[in-house]
Design a protein around this ligand. Structure first.
Ligand code: NOJ
Length: 721
């Protein structure tokens, strides 16, 4: 409930002032901004007057304490009622200290790490003047052609939900008003932005309500249950209506059913995009649809400021709706303490001291170590100290390892693989060559690579996609490594020296030509500011890889979408009585992905004992206890992710062949054994039925425990009602 003071503030505002509160503009529009004054053109073309800027409610893109203070102070001088601005920005995986991209963090299966990364990002962002971050992005992703899969934690609704909670906790803490070193979080993109047809960005999403609720909505809901302050709409359609004008999705489901009373912001330009979508004839109709759907803030298009006044006067929009939107925005400002302290955490001295400080970089390094996934290892890793290393490839000495959405970070400050390895190896033990560029290669580069590789005992190739090849509007139809990089591998193969590939990429790739040719492959994703240092620790065995894939790697693009929690079909390929032809299969490739969800190797080996169930039957009152012992039978300490999946053998609607329900990440010393006990409750067996009710079915289930979705022991039990 908003308090009386805010209500009376709204009462004192003119309709024009109220509507301007709903406008979000980029930094250069504002007095006090470093690039202020350069926007006369955009201001004119958007039809934004000075009056609107003075009354605007929020700004996006600020990233520096001095500028933030200057903009806020100038704004307070020009705003009649002294209402402070909300300063928002995309702080997605770190501010200046860049952490691994969210998909990489997803592979850590480590919630404390995720929370810590968001806490540090919030700290750096808040001293630099930011109040709200447009994160976490929790869109469930099944299509690696989509460039934005790197912003998500992966393909599983349960794992994504756990990460959503962890990120929100990290950004917001538990006292947003008292702790100026936290920022408000904005979960996005509501809803199902990750399901665009064909993996093409901004494309149509159409799915059943059941599918939406069962897989796509849980992570947003989890973020809100954790107290996330804001929600951002998505660009796509949901049930034929763009999310930003989708009353059923926003007003009925989000606000009504889920009771969300925080601020709902459109994505950039998404209100006006209802015109090309074809559900609004003009800006006025777009404004009408968005406000009726419940969108409070319009980001970067002027439909609200140009048309809401008339819509109110004509009686098409009740002024009450505007008041409610304004009140929600003012309440957030109040919760952030902006009325008492408009500059909030912005502090140029502290900014100097803590942004990109050693402590934060150390945390980013740890996160990078834990996010890398070892995909293959024919005993070549860890590198032996007496072996001479040839480090070759476009990412060997590149700082382009921060990944998309790291606009506040600096590539120049990133630790490259070469720098990382130089700090570990004697100088004569590390030779380097370019080998090729990301998308091109010359004879000279290949010759030089061959020469350098010839002098070494082991070849380390740093390969991948540059950061422009994924991220927003970064969809790709072919997701192999660029041809010149595959050519480089082929060129060095005849030397018959061990080849280790370290991959930098924003999506699961089709790894043919890499996985089959290399002796070891380490998936580093975009590991962030400390990437090269983390990779050096992993390559030399100072650290042991512990990441597990949170998104399947397809065998080929033709398989997409390919995900572990699929249905069985009526003609499963692997059924004992399956026919040779008339089964659900491809004639030319396997059904299985190249690398499954949950997969990842270690330098040590974990052995699982027999799974023990406390009973063969469970009820709502007597949950099932599942115990398995895990032993580190290798010679190095290592972390295992013990994963628990279930399958409902006969549901009211078809159930997936596997669903992740729980997991435990354990550190085991060599020879150490630990009993891991999971408690499986009736609640965890619930799902959305055909009438959308959420409940469980009595009957037979399978429980599977193991170190990857495809390497499990299976037992059966019954749920009795
Ligand atoms: C568009 C992106 O879709 C969204 O994720 C981001 O927060 C906004 N732009 C603001 O930069």
């Amino acid at each position: 409930m908003a308090d009386q003071q805010l209500i009376s503030l709204v009462e004192r505002m003119t309709l024009e002032e109220k509507i301007a509160q709903l406008m979000q503009l980029a930094v250069p529009f504002f007095e006090g901004a470093e690039q202020s004054g350069q926007i006369t053109g955009p201001m004119e073309s958007l039809g934004i007057t000075e009056e609107i800027v003075h009354n605007a409610g929020s700004v996006l893109g600020l990233a520096g304490a001095k500028e933030a203070i200057a903009v806020q102070e100038a704004h307070l001088r020009s705003n009649r009622l002294g209402i402070p601005l909300l300063l928002m920005a995309d702080i997605v995986h770190g501010f200046k200290t860049i952490f691994p991209v969210p998909l990489a963090m997803g592979c850590s299966w480590d919630m404390e790490l995720a929370e810590q990364s968001a806490k540090i990002a919030a700290r750096e962002a808040s001293v630099s003047g930011i109040h709200v971050t447009f994160a976490p992005m929790v869109d469930l992703v099944r299509d690696p052609r989509w460039g934005r899969v790197m912003e998500s934690t992966g393909e599983d609704p349960y794992l994504n939900s756990e990460f959503a909670r962890a990120f929100v906790r990290g950004f917001q803490g538990d006292d947003l008003s008292g702790d100026v070193h936290r920022v408000a979080a904005c979960v996005k993109h509501f809803a199902a932005y990750g399901a665009g047809e064909g993996g093409r960005d901004y494309n149509t999403v159409d799915m059943s309500e059941r599918q939406l609720r069962e897989y796509y909505l849980p992570a947003y809901k989890a973020a809100l249950e954790e107290g996330c302050e804001m929600v951002m709409t998505s660009f796509n359609t949901v049930h034929g209506v763009p999310a930003t004008g989708n009353k059923r999705l926003m007003r009925d489901l989000l606000r009504g059913e889920w009771g969300f009373d925080g601020v709902l912001i459109s994505d950039w330009g998404a209100v006006k995009e209802m015109i090309p979508h074809g559900v609004a004839e003009d800006e006025e109709e777009a404004a009408l649809k968005a406000i009726l759907a419940g969108v409070d803030i319009e980001m970067m298009t002027p439909c609200y400021v140009h048309h809401l006044q008339d819509l109110v006067r004509e009686g098409k929009v009740e002024e009450r709706l505007i008041d409610e939107a304004v009140l929600r925005i003012l309440s957030l400002k109040k919760r952030l303490g902006l009325f008492e302290r408009p500059v909030r955490g912005a502090d140029p001295a502290l900014e100097q001291e803590i942004v990109f400080c050693d402590e934060h970089r150390q945390a980013a390094r740890e996160a990078a170590v834990k996010s890398c996934v070892l995909l293959k290892n024919n005993s070549v890793l860890p590198l032996k100290s007496e072996k001479r290393v040839a480090l070759i490839g476009p990412f060997a000495a590149s700082g382009d390892i921060l990944g998309p959405w790291s606009w506040t970070g600096s590539k120049e400050d990133a630790i490259t693989v070469e720098q990382g390895l130089r700090s570990k190896l004697a100088s004569d033990m590390l030779l380097t060559a370019e080998g090729c560029d990301v998308t091109s290669v010359t004879e000279q580069q290949l010759d030089e690579a061959l020469k350098v590789a010839n002098e070494a005992d082991v070849i380390v190739l740093a390969l991948g996609e540059d950061s422009e090849m994924s991220g927003e509007a970064g969809s790709r139809a072919f997701i192999t490594l660029p041809e010149p990089q595959l050519e480089l591998i082929q060129h060095l193969k005849p030397l018959q020296k061990p080849i280790v590939v370290v991959l930098f990429n924003g999506r699961p790739l089709d790894l043919h030509g890499v996985l089959d040719e290399a002796d070891a492959v380490l998936e580093a994703w975009y590991p962030g500011s400390e990437g090269g240092a983390a990779i050096a620790e992993l390559l030399t065995g100072e650290a042991n890889p512990s990441g597990r894939l949170s998104m399947s790697f397809p065998y080929s693009v033709g398989q997409i979408p390919v995900y572990y929690n699929h249905f069985n079909t009526g003609r499963p390929k692997d059924a004992p009585d399956a026919q040779e032809r008339y089964v659900s299969q491809y004639l030319d490739i396997p059904n299985e992905p190249l690398l499954p969800f949950g997969f990842g190797l270690s330098y040590t080996e974990f052995q699982y004992g027999k799974m023990m169930l406390s009973a063969e039957e469970m009820t709502a009152k007597s949950p099932l206890e599942i115990t398995v012992s895990v032993t580190n039978v290798g010679e190095m300490a290592g972390e295992e992710v013990v994963q628990l999946y279930i399958r409902d053998m006969s549901g009211e609607v078809v159930r997936p062949v596997q669903e992740l329900k729980d997991f435990r990440k354990v550190l085991l010393q060599p020879g150490e054994q630990q009993d891991i006990t999971f408690i499986l409750t009736e609640e965890q067996l619930r799902y959305h039925h055909s009438d959308l009710t959420y409940s469980s079915d009595a009957g037979e289930f399978c429980v599977m425990v193991g170190g990857s979705s495809k390497d499990t022991e299976i037992r059966r039990f019954r749920l009795k009602k």
